[in-house]
Design a protein around this ligand. Structure first.
Ligand code: NDP
Ligand code: OXD
Length: 308
């Protein structure tokens, strides 16, 4: 078996552990980072930064396995005819849960007032309890559901919102445009864990931000284009949105002159909400290779027509 690891910058992270994970699964394979015989490649492990853009010569390739959860940079590639899987990695999920909970608690507890208090103001205002701070979780897939569960464990009342209607034990869920309006209309905190697709572009715009109660907090670890930047800046200036903590942007790195950098009500984190963790991710990759070899259904298969 020949595996092309087509993400050269990440190879040092996987050089030891990917062969180990293959060996643990009893799979014998040669892993290369480039090849002169693309027709001999059985699997491609891929990241968006990879130079590989033309999948046509990989005629025997059984699957392209993305190291990233978000696949918007590969899903529309017309040369890609092989099955594409996205990354659902327990380590990545754990990181995302920590980022969402950490930033939600920062705003919920009003930590900034005490961490940065140069005038030494003694303000004994106690924050409400989490149970009084409703959260709208836009996207209840691998990451959104895990983040929702962690917030629920702290007593935040969470409502999920997704493309398709869902019944999830203990988590009220809505879908569709009316569901979005309903979820946002009571949300004190909104978290966007949606993929970037034509349908999700500018989902949070002047109209939908207007559904929120005044002074809501926004956390976006999903993708930059989910939000209309100008509409968000206007909502921040009017106080409609009290603070936005943004991890992802239309252009990354966020250009130095972008107004988000200097806006007092915006926190920029540099696309670090969650990273694929090689130890756990290697096992996920290997499990899908094992499944493809035994003709079992692949995990986390991307639906090209939906774009995620
Ligand atoms: P999943 O595919 O598991 O979940 C996606 C969720 O979004 C699903 O609930 C899906 O609905 C919902 N959704 C998709 N399209 C729409 C739509 N048009 N309207 C409403 N809901 C929609 O993805 P993950 O949870 O694994 O990842 C989510 C995103 O997080 C990734 O696509 C990526 O962009 C981002 N990400 C960011 C990282 C970071 O470091 N900042 C790290 C990793 C991921 P349904 O259930 O009905 O299909
Ligand atoms: C991903 C990401 O999609 O890091 O995996 O954003």
């Amino acid at each position: 078996m020949l595996i092309l690891f087509a993400a050269p910058a990440l190879w040092p992270d996987y050089r030891t552990i990917l062969p180990q994970a293959l060996a643990e699964a009893g799979i014998t394979a040669q892993i290369v980072t480039e090849t002169a015989t693309p027709a001999a490649v059985d699997y491609i492990i891929y990241a968006p930064s990879a130079p590989l853009q033309d999948f046509t010569p990989y005629t025997a390739c059984k699957a392209v396995l993305s190291l990233w959860a978000g696949v918007e940079r590969i899903v529309g590639n017309a040369t890609l005819t092989q099955p594409l899987t996205r990354m659902v990695d327990p380590g990545l999920t754990e990181g995302m849960v920590e980022w969402v909970v950490g930033h939600a608690l920062r705003h919920h507890l009003g930590m900034d007032r005490h961490i940065v208090n140069p005038a030494h103001i003694w303000d004994p205002t106690c924050p409400p309890l989490a149970r009084q701070r409703p959260v709208a979780m836009l996207g209840v897939g691998a990451l959104g559901l895990a983040a929702a569960r962690a917030l629920q464990a702290l007593n935040f009342p969470v409502t999920g919102w997704s493309r398709t209607p869902k019944t999830i034990q203990g988590l009220p869920c809505l879908s569709g445009p009316e569901g979005l309006r309903e979820a946002l209309s009571t949300a004190a905190i909104v978290v966007t864990l949606l993929p970037r697709t034509p349908e999700t572009e500018n989902l949070l715009n002047a109209q939908t931000l207007g559904y929120l109660p005044k002074g809501a907090f926004l956390l976006n670890p999903g993708r930059g284009p989910l939000i209309d930047d100008q509409a968000l800046l206007a909502a921040l200036d009017s106080g409609q949105v009290a603070h936005a903590t943004l991890d992802v942007f239309r252009v990354e790195p966020l250009p130095k002159d972008h107004p988000f950098w200097s806006h007092p009500q915006v926190t920029v984190t540099p696309h670090i909400a969650a990273d694929t963790r090689p130890h756990s991710a290697a096992r996920v990759l290997v499990e899908n290779i094992r499944r493809a070899q035994t003709r079992e259904p692949l995990l986390h298969l991307v639906d090209r027509s939906l774009g995620y």
